[in-house]
Design a protein. Structure first.
Length: 484
């Protein structure tokens, strides 16, 4: 049976086949007969999630080989590329690599990564606390940032380090040198213990020493052993050192036995610390970073107890002590200008109002007692619940008669108990274990010039400059000069 379809006669069977999708007609026909086109192949089974999708193009039958049409673009599943976890090789801005094979450098590398490794790891952990601050100050001054390892070999980053020579703090300053670079050192405040102010002082001192000697390693040696010794060594061995330049000068000077053993080892220690500290994994050393030292500052009146500051901040007293290691007696100095204190970052907001709201008695760290005839320190101390040692700590200026009694009419400072509990039991900051040395060496004092020193020692400015290899008349407080 046939039916008519668009001018064609088509059998019912054909219609059924077309309806079933077995054939389709093209839009244009060849001649007068429609050409059936094979129906599309059934879809391939769905690929498993994440599997690559592959499309196969059928080979044309009895046709010349033709370039297949570009298949529809398939977006592949994203493939996670493992991050490159290989650490970048260490780099230094002091000369390290040329001296890595030096015998003393190698010795201290073995010490820092061997027997002294636990102590070295503690020091590296402390370094992470102060590193951002120290790096920023070194960078701003144009000094190598790897001089950050100098306080490591000086003190293991201990703000309260105290040497046999009475050098104090993270950067190990003597009192005279510290004052010479603008730090406050007295009975009440010792900025050698303040990481920030001590770093400022160290940067200023290192800049001067580098300018004097033209070498960072000679500057480091002078930082340790005094510029006078370095100047004398360079002058004495000038002929042997002729042609030696840059950082090699230090090692050449050390080879001439012109330096004390401690100073001769100082730069090798510095290089070894930089080698191990910047590539700890290579040496089996671990670093446990700590939170960086960040802070706000608040201005506080004289004689303010640190306990009152802590109460206004709602933090433990130990926190205030940690941020202010330079405040020695548990309160701000009893006289003089207001003092800036450091507080945890973000804690300064509203501090002044909270401190002012405390009872007046809590905001005053001490009372004053006028001595009468027959008074002595122990008597006054016992009357106020203190020991004689504690009371003496707040009255270094007190004068006594031959029998030990206090001169009448003196004002004795009697601290609160919470002030005493926050005080540091430290040696008198005025102690200076080496003063003007014997053997023809003069330590520069405040107000002295080359002409004054020359006159005192029966020599001339020209001779002093020649002996100490000085390029100018500029000298610093604490500088050791050879005078003969």
């Amino acid at each position: 049976m046939a039916v008519s379809f668009r001018g064609y006669k088509v059998s019912i069977v054909a219609v059924a086949l077309v309806s079933a999708g077995c054939f389709s007609f093209p839009l244009q026909s060849r001649g007068n007969r429609p050409q059936p086109v094979p129906a599309p192949a059934p879809p391939a089974p769905a690929a498993a999630p994440g599997a690559a999708v592959v499309r196969e193009e059928p080979e044309p039958e009895n046709q010349p080989q033709a370039r297949p049409e570009t298949p529809a673009e398939v977006t592949p599943e994203p493939v996670a590329v493992p991050a490159d976890t290989t650490p970048a090789p260490p780099a230094w801005d002091i000369e390290v690599a040329p001296y890595e094979s030096n015998a003393r450098v190698a010795y201290f590398v073995s010490r820092f990564s061997g027997a002294m490794r636990p102590t070295f790891e503690v020091a590296l952990a402390r370094q992470t606390r102060y590193a951002p601050m120290i790096h920023a100050k070194l960078r701003a001054a144009g000094l190598p940032e790897d001089m950050i390892y100098l306080p490591l070999i000086e003190s293991w980053y201990d703000p309260h380090a105290y040497s046999r020579a009475a050098a104090v703090g993270m950067w190990q300053f003597m009192t005279t040198t510290a004052k010479g670079v603008g730090m406050r050192v007295d009975w009440w405040v010792d900025e050698r213990r303040d990481p920030v102010r001590a770093t400022d002082g160290a940067v200023a001192h290192l800049l001067e020493l580098r300018e004097d000697f033209g070498s960072m390693y000679l500057a480091a040696a002078a930082y340790n052993g005094g510029s006078g010794r370095i100047s004398r060594g360079l002058a004495k061995h000038a002929s042997q050192l002729e042609g030696v330049e840059g950082e090699d000068l230090f090692f050449a000077l050390a080879d001439e036995k012109a330096l004390r053993a401690e100073t001769a080892d100082y730069v090798p220690k510095l290089i070894a610390a930089a080698l191990v500290g910047k590539d700890p994994a290579r040496y089996g050393v671990s670093i446990a970073p700590v939170i960086p030292f960040t802070f706000d500052s608040v201005l506080v009146a004289p004689a303010t107890p640190l306990a009152a500051v802590a109460k206004a901040l709602d933090v433990p007293v130990d926190t205030v002590l940690d941020y202010n290691p330079h405040v020695l007696r548990g309160m701000t100095p009893p006289v003089g200008a207001d003092l800036w204190l450091r507080v945890p970052a973000g804690a300064s907001e509203g501090f002044a109002e909270r401190l002012a709201a405390l009872p007046e008695a809590e905001r005053s760290g001490a009372k004053r007692v006028v001595t009468k005839s027959g008074d002595y320190i122990t008597k006054i101390a016992k009357a106020n619940g203190l020991t004689a040692k504690q009371l003496n700590m707040y009255n270094p200026q007190a004068t006594r008669m031959k029998n030990g009694n206090l001169h009448p009419g003196q004002r004795i400072l009697v601290p609160r108990l919470d002030v005493v509990r926050a005080a540091r039991d430290v040696p008198d900051p005025k102690i200076e274990r080496y003063g003007t040395a014997a053997g023809g060496v003069h330590v520069v004092k405040k107000g002295e010039s080359l002409s004054v020193i020359a006159k005192k020692n029966g020599t001339s400015v020209t001779a002093l400059k020649r002996l100490n290899r000085l390029k100018s008349d500029r000298i610093r407080v604490g500088q050791r000069l050879r005078v003969r």
